[in-house]
Every structure is written in structure tokens, then in C-alpha cells.
Design a binder for this molecule. Structure first.
Ligand code: MSP
Length: 507
């Protein structure tokens, strides 16, 4: 496997939904991982997109009396616009109604026929249109709903099946031998016990609606939307063609998904890939769900949080910071405006903003607005810079372990330590009694800010760039590899006039 590449994917979003904070969260997590991989010097490919087929979309389009393709064009545009608003750095946006994707899914179908993994039968059982998922009788709730709370309908129709049951042992062996296949580990255990309880073959075609990819040579059937959707992760790279991206980037390093769609990714998807004789993704990372002021987010409760309104009110980097900071990746989180404002004020404004403001305005007034003239080697023996360097190293492994919350913890901790350092060193006193020492102290603070900004960049790209502009760091020296003495700030560099980057939010 090529360790110097990184392929990260988000789920593809159903176009019938209005984008909400949950969609924003999944995509932002992916973006932070992608930007971090780039900052580590990895060749990175980040895929996101929209899931446009299936009965749910067909029904939603019919309810509005719109042609399904026009309906999906309108829906996809909302997600494309959302990506721009979230400052998402995706390399490609796939839409499953694209001809190229449809052709590749048809090729995949043919391969599964050729390998003997598909047979024709009849499906009789429950189906949830909202989840686009089949449920066994004993999975339904006492009031006859899907475990997700969605209504189910009884299906009785001819169907092609995928021989999922034949993969049970290989899947269990996979979970036992690859502890990082599903993260967090508690979720791996969930998947394991689902598979251990016994897999039945999976119905992978439907005949009672039309909006989807037709089964090759049997056009009465539409390919099951989850087979169509999961295939996006390889169709986007040009699987079954001579596209070099497939060779270069597959297998994925991480598929980021919500916990609700883990079964599709950790059971069905690896089984499909085994049948296609393809390598398996390294990790399926399942994140938790957001509630709003302690309640489930739902249209009927009218509490759906619109990420665009939030960004317009607080700023994109602030929203990215809150979402990645507030919860440990994998846990559920609760959104409330108060929590958001508190985090922004107590961490960004009071810690980082304050540090920036104090250091830069002091230098503007007392050191001619220039990087102090110091012996860099000596400055690097300072305790604060050593701490910064240790965090820089620790953060790289934390990111590889998806502990984004801990990365931010370290960054905030470094800012706190730098604030304590200013108070203890009191450069305003040193100015008259020991100006050389004042210069050393100010230099150490500037370097600490440089470490903070570079470590923060994947999370808050624009704000971090603005911080680095304030330090006059060359654009080509803003990645993780530049967190060394070799790329330290050059003495006497003229700094721009300081401007506040993280102002306090008044309630
Ligand atoms: N189309 C499928 C995914 C196919 S991937 C091959 C789908 N789409 S979705 O639009 O319903 O959900 C997309 C993602 O948004 C999922 O990862 C889901 O977990 C996430 N979220 C939806 N609501 C959410 C919250 N309230 N909180 C956090 N994430 C949530 O499923």
C-alpha cells in the first residue's frame, strides 16, 4: 500500500433533504482529515457528492410533480453550494445520476454475475423507504416500525440477490484481524455481533419503481440504491476503466460515515468488494449524531439547524471549530447556541485571540513592528517552544487516530501556556531593564503563534492563513513539515499592522 497517499470519502447525500448541520458535520470532518493529510505532504483525494436514485427520491419528486432528474439537479445544487460555503476542499463531487457512474455500476453488476455472486429469486419482507433498507420481522419495533422509527412497507416482488451469507466467515475474520477496520472500537463490536447473528442474502434489485440504474439485460429491475451508492467510492476513481486514479488511490484510507449507515459500509460494502476481488478500505470511521438543545433534530419539531444561517451569523471557521471541538469523534453531540458562543469566547477569543493581540500589538508598538532580532538557536531552547514542538509531533499521530478533539485541546493548551508565559515574563517590564531578553520573549511568543496557526490550519483554514499572514510566513511554508527551527521566523522581517482575528462575541 502506498503510505504517501490518502483517500478520504464522505457519504453521498440524499438530494431530497435540505442540507442541515448533520451533513455539514460529516463533510467538515472529512475536510479536516483531507487538509491534514495534505499538510503532512500526502497525495490526497477527497470525494463527496450526492445520492440521487431510489424510491425515496422518486416519491419526493412525484410529490412535487417534478421529473426526478430535474428534482435531483435542484437537490444536488444545494449540496454543491453547501460545500463552497463550508470551504470544503473536495477534489471531486460525484452525482450518482451521472452517465459515467451508471455505466460503472452496470459493469460492477456484470462482474458480480460473472463471479456467481448474484442469483434471481423473490423478496418477501419489510422495507423502509426512508432508510432505503430491508428489515427482518424481529428487527421491527413493537409498533411495527423500522428501528430508526421510519415506516415500513411489505414487499413481495421478484428480486436479484447478492450471496451475502457466503461472506459471513470472511467478514468475521476481517473484524478479528483488522482492529482498525471500524472505528471507534465499540462500533466494531456492534457490527461483529450483527454479523455473528447470521447473514441472509441481500436483495439487490427492485421492480416496483423506476428511478435508478437498470439491471443489465433485465430492465424490469432497478439496482438496489445502496449498491449503486456504495459503488460511488470506486466509480469516482474510474474503476473498470483505465483511469490511473483508481490504481493510485484505491483502497480508501477512510470512509467517514454517520453511525446510522455503518452497517451498509462495514458489512455490505466489504462483502461487495470481496466479491469483486478488490482490496478493502482501511477504516470505516463512524461518527455520532447531533441533537439540538437535547432533542432529536427533525422537520416536525421545526428545530433543524441550517448551517448556512449559522455561518452567516458566526463565520465559517467558527462553525468548523465548534463542530470539531465540541464532541469526541464517535460520540453524539448536542448543539446549542450558548455552547457555541461559550466555546468561541472562552477558547478562540480569550486564549488564541488574546495571545495574538497582546503579542502583535506589543511588537507593533515596542519593536518597530518587526520580528525581533534574536539568536534562533537559543530561542529554540525555550521551554515554550519545546512544548510547541512536542504538540506538533503528538498531533500528527492524534490526527492519524482521528482524535481531532485532542488535537484542538493541545492547540488551546499551547495558547494558554503562551499566555501564562507573557504574564510571567512581562515583556513590558523587560523593555527598560533587559531589552535583549524582551526580544527573546517576543520571538518565542511569535514562534508559538506560528505553531498554533499551522496546527490549526486544517480546522480553520482562513483564520489560520490570516494568522500566518500576520506573521509574514511565506505561503510555501505553512505545512506540518515547516514546524521546525529550520523554518523559524526570520529576524527583522517586517510584520503587517495587527488586526484582531478572533473577536469576542457579545451576547
Ligand atoms: N445517501 C446515504 C449515504 C450513502 S453513502 C454511500 C445517506 N445520506 S443522508 O443524506 O441521509 O446522510 C448523510 C450523512 O449525514 C450520514 O453520515 C448521516 O449520519 C449524517 N447525518 C444525518 N443527520 C445527522 C445528525 N443529526 N447528526 C450527525 N450526522 C447526521 O445516508
Amino acid at each position: 500500500m502506498n503510505d504517501n497517499k490518502y483517500y478520504v470519502t464522505s457519504p453521498i447525500y440524499y438530494v431530497n433533504d435540505v442540507p442541515h448541520i448533520g451533513h455539514a458535520y460529516t463533510t467538515i470532518i472529512c475536510d479536516i482529515l483531507a487538509r491534514s493529510a495534505r499538510a503532512m505532504g500526502k497525495q490526497t483525494y477527497f470525494l463527496t457528492g450526492t445520492d440521487e436514485h431510489g424510491q425515496k427520491i422518486e416519491k419526493s419528486a412525484a410529490a412535487k410533480d417534478i421529473d426526478p432528474q430535474i428534482f435531483t439537479d435542484i437537490g444536488a445544487k444545494k449540496f454543491i453550494d453547501l460545500m463552497a460555503k463550508l470551504n470544503i476542499s473536495n477534489d471531486y463531487f460525484i452525482r450518482t445520476s451521472q452517465e459515467k457512474h451508471k455505466q460503472i455500476v452496470a459493469n460492477i453488476w456484470q462482474k458480480l454475475i460473472d463471479s456467481g455472486d448474484i442469483y434471481l429469486g423473490k423478496y418477501s419482507g419489510w422495507y423502509s423507504i426512508r432508510d432505503e433498507a430491508y428489515f427482518a420481522e424481529d428487527e421491527l419495533t413493537t409498533d411495527g416500525k423500522a428501528p430508526t422509527g421510519a415506516d415500513v412497507v411489505w414487499l413481495d416482488e421478484p428480486s436479484y440477490f447478492f450471496k451475502l451469507s457466503a461472506y459471513q466467515d470472511r467478514l468475521l475474520a476481517l473484524y478479528d484481524t483488522r482492529a482498525d477496520f471500524v472505528k471507534p472500537t465499540s462500533r466494531l463490536n456492534e457490527v461483529k455481533s450483527f454479523v455473528k447473528s447470521g447473514l441472509t442474502d441481500l436483495s439487490i434489485s427492485r421492480t416496483s419503481f423506476h428511478w435508478g440504474i437498470k439491471v443489465p439485460n433485465d430492465e424490469a429491475h432497478v439496482i438496489y440504491v445502496w449498491l449503486d451508492a456504495l459503488a460511488n467510492y470506486i466509480s469516482a476513481l474510474g474503476y473498470t476503466s483505465d483511469d490511473t486514479r483508481f490504481k493510485k488511490f484505491w483502497p480508501a484510507d477512510v470512509h467517514v460515515v454517520g453511525k446510522d449507515i455503518l452497517r451498509f459500509h462495514a458489512v455490505y460494502w466489504p462483502a461487495f468488494l470481496m466479491a469483486l476481488d478488490l482490496p478493502l478500505p482501511k477504516t470505516i470511521l463512524a461518527h455520532g449524531w447531533w441533537t439540538i438543545d437535547g432533542e432529536k433534530m427533525s422537520k416536525s419539531l421545526g428545530n433543524v439547524v441550517d448551517p448556512i444561517a449559522l455561518i452567516d451569523e458566526f463565520g465559517i471557521d467558527q462553525v468548523r471549530y465548534f463542530l470539531s471541538r465540541e464532541v469526541i469523534l464517535g460520540n453524539d453531540g448536542n448543539y446549542s447556541k450558548n455552547n457555541l458562543i461559550n466555546r468561541l469566547n472562552s477558547e478562540l477569543a480569550n486564549k488564541i485571540g488574546n495571545l495574538l493581540q497582546r503579542t502583535l500589538s506589543f511588537i507593533a508598538k515596542n519593536n518597530y513592528g518587526k520580528v525581533p532580532d534574536v539568536n534562533i538557536e537559543l530561542a529554540y531552547s525555550s521551554e515554550l517552544i519545546k512544548i510547541a514542538q512536542n504538540y506538533a509531533i503528538a498531533n500528527i499521530s492524534l490526527i492519524s487516530d482521528f482524535k481531532l478533539n485532542d488535537v484542538l485541546d493541545n492547540i488551546i493548551e499551547l495558547a494558554s501556556k503562551a499566555n501564562i508565559y507573557i504574564d510571567a515574563q512581562a515583556p513590558w517590564k523587560l523593555k527598560s531593564i533587559d531589552p535583549k531578553k524582551m526580544c527573546d520573549v517576543l520571538y518565542v511568543l511569535l514562534e508559538a503563534i506560528r505553531y498554533i496557526a499551522i496546527m490549526l490550519k486544517p480546522f480553520m483554514p482562513s483564520s489560520a492563513e490570516a494568522m500566518l499572514d500576520q506573521l509574514a510566513v511565506p505561503k510555501s511554508q505553512r505545512d506540518f513539515e515547516h514546524l521546525t527551527a529550520q523554518f523559524a521566523l526570520l529576524s527583522n522581517t517586517i510584520l503587517p499592522t495587527p488586526i484582531p482575528i478572533f473577536p469576542r462575541i457579545e451576547i
